[in-house]
Design a protein around this ligand. Structure first.
Ligand code: SF4
Length: 208
C-alpha cells in the first residue's frame, strides 16, 4: 500500500493528464446533479447530458418531478437504460425530498442513501460537487485505477473509499475521485496505455 506522500505524488502525476478534473455531468443545482447521477447508472455521462436539458426544463425541482406523468418521464429518460426502474426511483426520490426535506437535497450522507436509487457513490458525487462536502465516489474506474496503482486493494467500493480517504487530505477527496475516473476513462482503460502514463514509475501494475 502506498504512503500518503506517494499517493500525493501519484495524484500530482495524474493531474498533469487531467488538470481541474471535474464531473462531466452537466447540472445547475444539487437537485439536477442528483437526478443526473441517478440516471448515469449503467449509462454514460454523454448519454445523460443528452437527455437532461429537456428533462430539467420539464421537471426543474422535486415539486414538479413528484407530479410527473410516468409515461412522459419514461420517454424522456428512455435512452439512459433501465428507464422504468429509474423513473420509479426519481419520483420516489422527489416524494421523500418533498415530504422530509422541504423539497431540497439534504447535505447529509445518511439522508441521501435513504433515497431510492441513491447509493454511496451517487451521494458522494452530489455532496462533493454540489453541496461543498468532500466525498470520494468510487466507481468501476476508481476501483480499477486505484488497485493498479497500489493506492487501494480489493474490489469492495466502501473499503476502497476508506483506503483512499486515508491517503488524501479531505479537501482533495472529490478531485482525487474525478481525476481517477478520468484517468480510467482515457488512459488506464481496461487495456491500459502505460507507455503514455505520467504515473508509470509509481504504479505497482506497470512496475511488475
Ligand atoms: S502506469 Fe498503466 S496501469 Fe498504472 S496507472 Fe498508468 S495506465 Fe494505469
Amino acid at each position: 500500500m502506498k504512503t500518503p506522500a506517494q499517493a500525493r505524488a501519484i495524484l500530482a502525476a495524474l493531474e498533469k493528464h487531467h488538470p481541474n478534473a471535474d464531473t462531466e455531468l452537466v447540472y445547475r443545482t444539487p437537485f439536477e446533479l442528483l437526478v443526473a447521477t441517478m440516471l448515469s447508472a449503467q449509462s454514460t455521462d454523454m448519454r445523460v447530458n443528452a437527455v437532461t436539458p429537456a428533462l430539467f426544463e420539464r421537471y426543474p425541482d422535486a415539486a414538479s418531478l413528484v407530479k410527473a406523468d410516468t409515461a412522459a418521464l419514461e420517454t424522456l429518460i428512455h435512452s439512459t437504460g433501465f428507464f422504468r426502474q429509474k423513473a420509479r426511483s426519481l419520483v420516489g426520490m422527489a416524494e421523500i425530498l418533498m415530504r422530509e426535506h422541504g423539497g431540497e437535497v439534504p447535505a447529509d450522507m445518511d439522508a441521501l442513501v435513504k433515497l431510492p436509487g441513491v447509493g454511496r457513490k451517487t451521494a458522494n458525487v452530489v455532496l462533493g460537487h454540489a453541496l461543498g462536502i468532500p466525498g470520494l465516489p468510487v466507481d468501476r474506474h476508481v476501483l480499477r485505477v486505484a488497485n493498479r496503482l497500489g493506492l487501494a486493494h480489493g474490489d469492495d467500493a466502501v473499503q476502497v473509499e476508506t483506503q483512499l480517504c486515508a491517503l488524501f487530505p479531505k479537501k482533495k477527496w472529490t478531485q482525487a475521485s474525478d481525476t481517477l475516473i478520468l484517468h480510467g476513462r482515457r488512459i488506464c482503460r481496461p487495456t491500459p496505455l502505460c507507455k503514455m502514463c505520467n504515473a508509470r514509475k509509481l504504479c505497482d501494475y506497470a512496475q511488475r
